[in-house]
Design a protein around this ligand. Structure first.
Ligand code: NAD
Length: 425
């Protein structure tokens, strides 16, 4: 069966969904994907848009909009985080769901790709308002989630506490505890050891591999990090422990830099106390965009999408860009970085540690058998290192960037599963 694909969406000004589709289009050409499979993979399997009425502390009722998108489930149940952010859009959630499909395939775990989001401003909501929002959103999407169907996890501005409310709501509706419905839970209710730092630890493992490939010493290598939440803060902590030197960090309120190296422990304590990194005494202040161009060896974007553009890509000084965030680099910027010889570790590789330990958490929940941390970290390292080597081997063989190399591995796996399963009915 051949079909002709309308690619007009890719001509539109870049939005993150067009960007995700364009990345797939390029790799489809490269690996000779059939038009029919390409068309199938270019669209989400299922999109659920929900209204979420919430009783606010004032007694007023407010209506929020939320989404759960399942992109592809050929290799297993859907997997992907839930984002609470004022800028959430359906297109963003669709892109994030597609990236989850490739990410799970790249690290070879038996999940498809999904993602959720609610348009809200959690920084201006009380804990009880957040709990009400989470419980009602869970109820609205409960028709398509579950341990065998689709398993949410944390993403921007969603926390282990929020995962606990999701688990409790879903369990109450079924009349018994179902920890496997969500990952990233607190340890006390079935979370996995090592999940909190898994995204950052996975990122560290692939940066180590990349340093080996470009033949540079780890000790003292300078790191700049944009975003200081789950991914960014733990990356700063783990990379410092490993011998890297963190020289600049930022969050939504600004940044701080010190060419000799920041006192990361002090910075974490300062962030915990004040809620921000800006104003930390151990360095000079820096704005959030300048952190990307700061003089360093490794740049870790760990906040939001579309921050590396054709305008700042020529000014990036790092030798390695490790995408802890999803979608930080626009396609035009990718080409510039590749031409400049900068090694970009794409999001589907660099932040896959989170979903990998989420997979371990789900396995432990299903087996009701919990592993020690020293069983988890080596398993994570093995998965991340293997994924790096497979993507790097493709990139080297075809003289393409690591994103295309990683996509080539991942898309081929999803296409194979899709073909083997065939069409129902
Ligand atoms: P988080 O909510 O814990 O932290 C987000 C951080 O980004 C905060 O420090 C916030 O201040 C900062 N930020 C927000 N807006 C910003 C802006 N405009 N400029 C600079 N910083 C800004 O979220 P997280 O879980 O660390 O997620 C960060 C990125 O990592 C996202 O792209 C997410 O999809 C990705 N990611 C996270 C995980 C995970 O396990 N948490 C897994 C894979 C990918």
């Amino acid at each position: 069966m051949t079909t002709s694909i309308d690619r007009s969406a890719t001509q539109a000004p870049v939005n993150v969904w067009n960007m995700a589709q364009r990345q797939l289009d390029e790799v489809a050409r490269l690996i000779g994907l059939s038009d029919s499979i390409h068309e199938f993979l270019r669209e989400p399997k299922r999109v659920l848009e929900v209204s979420v009425p919430v009783r606010m502390d004032s007694g007023d009722l407010r209506l929020f909009r939320g989404y759960r998108v399942q992109h592809n489930m050929s290799r297993g149940p859907g997997k992907g985080g839930i984002r609470f952010h004022p800028d959430v859009t359906l297109d963003e959630v669709k892109a994030l769901a597609m990236w989850m499909t490739w990410k799970c395939a790249l690290v070879n775990i038996p999940f498809g790709g999904a993602k959720g989001g609610v348009i809200c401003d959690p920084k201006n909501m009380s804990p009880s308002e957040l709990e009400n929002l989470t419980r009602r959103f869970t109820t609205e999407i409960s028709i398509i989630i579950g341990p065998e169907k689709d398993i949410p996890a944390p993403d921007v501005y969603t926390t282990p506490q929020i995962m606990a409310w999701i688990m409790d709501t879903f369990s109450m509706q079924h009349g018994y505890s179902i920890p496997g419905v969500v990952t990233g839970k607190p340890i006390a209710i079935g979370g996995s050891l090592g999940r909190d730092k898994a995204t950052a630890r996975g990122c560290l493992f692939v940066v180590d591999e990349a340093m080996r490939v470009i033949d540079r010493p780890i000790e003292g290598a300078r790191v700049a990090i944009q975003g200081f939440g789950n991914a960014g803060l733990h990356a700063a902590e783990l990379m410092t422990e490993r011998g890297y030197r963190v020289v600049a960090v930022s969050d939504s309120r600004g940044g701080v830099a010190n060419a000799k190296g920041l006192d990361v422990k002090g910075l974490i304590a300062y962030k915990e106390e004040t809620g921000a990194v800006a104003g930390f005494g151990g360095g000079e202040s820096l704005n959030n965009k300048d952190v990307l161009e700061y003089d360093c060896d490794v740049l870790v974007p760990a906040a939001l999408e579309k921050v590396i553009t054709k305008d700042n890509a020529p000014k990036i000084k790092a030798k390695i860009v490790a995408e802890a965030a999803n979608g930080p680099t626009l396609p035009e910027a990718d080409d510039i970085l590749f031409d400049r010889g900068i090694l970009v570790l794409p999001d589907i590789l660099a932040n896959a540690g989170g979903v990998t330990v989420s997979y371990f958490e789900w396995v432990q929940n299903l087996q009701e058998n919990f592993w020690e941390e020293d069983e988890i970290t080596p398993r994570l390292k093995m998965k991340m290192t293997r994924a790096f080597r497979e993507a790097h081997e493709k990139a080297t063989r075809y003289k393409i960037d690591m994103r295309k190399g990683a996509y080539a591995v991942a898309v081929s796996r999803v296409a194979e599963a899709t073909k083997l399963r065939g069409l129902y009915p």
